[in-house]
Design a protein around this ligand. Structure first.
Ligand code: ASN
Length: 337
């Protein structure tokens, strides 16, 4: 049998002597019904289920519902992870699910470490019968401590599926299997007793690092719809350093938007075109006014496969690093993320 055909022995995770850092940031996984209020709020970080032989350290830089998380918090988290990484074999971040994909992608862009970083959360709170927090947390810990997880950049684990930070997205508001994204999971973890069965379906890709000292640029998102005549565009363009538009299909807009986009690009203001469709690339196909080919000819930057909120984070980091329009066009165009 040739070397290519010979199965490699699969490394197993050995928990004994491993060091796991768990960073709690809030979300439903830290939530319960609020005794003094109308609903559920983050109150207490979840306990990490038993991991025999593992030294676990817990950290809580903030405790927030994830709709309150900002890029400033993401930067704080990135700095904490950089500090913890040299003394940890794996890092788990618990996070609210609503903006989990944004924090995951921010960390994907800004972190240089090879130490595995696994983000997870829960869809049910600690007082619900079907609380999914402990299982997700245990899955995240096993993946974080597995030798095959090194050097892959931050990953999301949810319901046993493992997702790449670039493509993962929340696809359901209430189901326990709340995460998906095109083209789907890059791995899977299942546990039988104390054995973890982990399989990756893809190899890690090279990842440039974009780590500004501060995220001080301003980037806004506009959402396209049938009949949009550019309402809100001028105001957003006046306030922001850059814009992202969740456009239609392969990246098309109503005709009224073409001169507005051309004016921004002409003035050196980046306008990134993403899609409100849930999968697929931005392509310069259509030549009618506002069609993707005309927007690109006018200077707009296609977001590739990134959704609007991830394209916003990439643009935010590039602008915060002081990059100009052509450098930014290069990063998006060459898929440097
Ligand atoms: N399941 C969750 O965690 C949702 C919650 N609203 C949050 O993102 O903080």
């Amino acid at each position: 049998m040739g070397d290519r055909l010979r199965p490699r022995p699969r490394p197993q995770v050995t928990l004994l002597g491993q060091r796991l850092a768990v960073i709690h940031t809030g979300g439903t996984i830290a939530s319960r019904p609020d005794p003094g209020g109308p609903g559920v709020t983050p109150q207490e970080a979840p306990a990490v289920p038993g991991l025999p032989g593992v030294t676990v350290t817990a950290h809580q830089p903030f405790r927030l519902p994830s709709p309150h998380v900002t890029p400033g918090h993401m930067l704080e988290l990135a700095r904490l992870i950089e500090r913890l990484a040299p003394d940890a074999d794996g890092i788990v971040v618990t996070h609210g699910t609503d903006t989990l994909e944004e924090t995951a992608f921010f960390l994907h862009l800004a972190l240089a470490t090879d130490t595995p970083v696994l983000l997870t959360g829960s869809m049910r709170h600690a007082e619900e019968v079907s609380w999914d927090g402990p299982g997700n947390l245990l899955d995240a810990a096993y993946v974080a401590l597995h030798p095959e997880s090194r050097g892959r950049g931050p990953l999301v684990v949810f319901g046993g599926d493992l997702f790449d930070a670039r493509t993962v997205t929340k696809v359901h508001t209430s189901a326990v299997d709340a995460f998906g994204g095109y083209p789907g999971p890059i791995g899977r973890i299942d546990r039988t007793g104390e054995t973890a069965h982990l399989r990756f379906f893809a190899r890690p890709e090279a990842r440039p690092v974009y780590a500004p000292a501060q995220v001080d640029a301003r980037v806004e998102i506009l959402y396209a719809y049938a009949g949009w005549q550019g309402e809100g565009y001028a105001e957003a363009a006046a306030r922001a350093d850059g814009l992202v538009i969740a456009a239609l299909g392969t990246g098309n807009l109503p005709a009224e938007l073409l001169p507005l986009v051309a004016a921004s690009a002409g003035a050196g203001q980046p306008v990134v075109i993403a899609t409100r469709t849930h999968a697929g690339p931005i392509l310069p196909v259509y030549g009618y006014p506002g069609g993707g080919a005309t927007l690109v000819a006018a200077g707009a930057i296609p977001a590739s496969f990134l959704n609007a909120h991830k394209a916003r984070l990439l643009l935010l980091l590039l602008l915060s690093l002081g990059q100009g329009l052509e450098e930014i066009r290069g990063v998006f165009g060459e898929g440097g993320f």
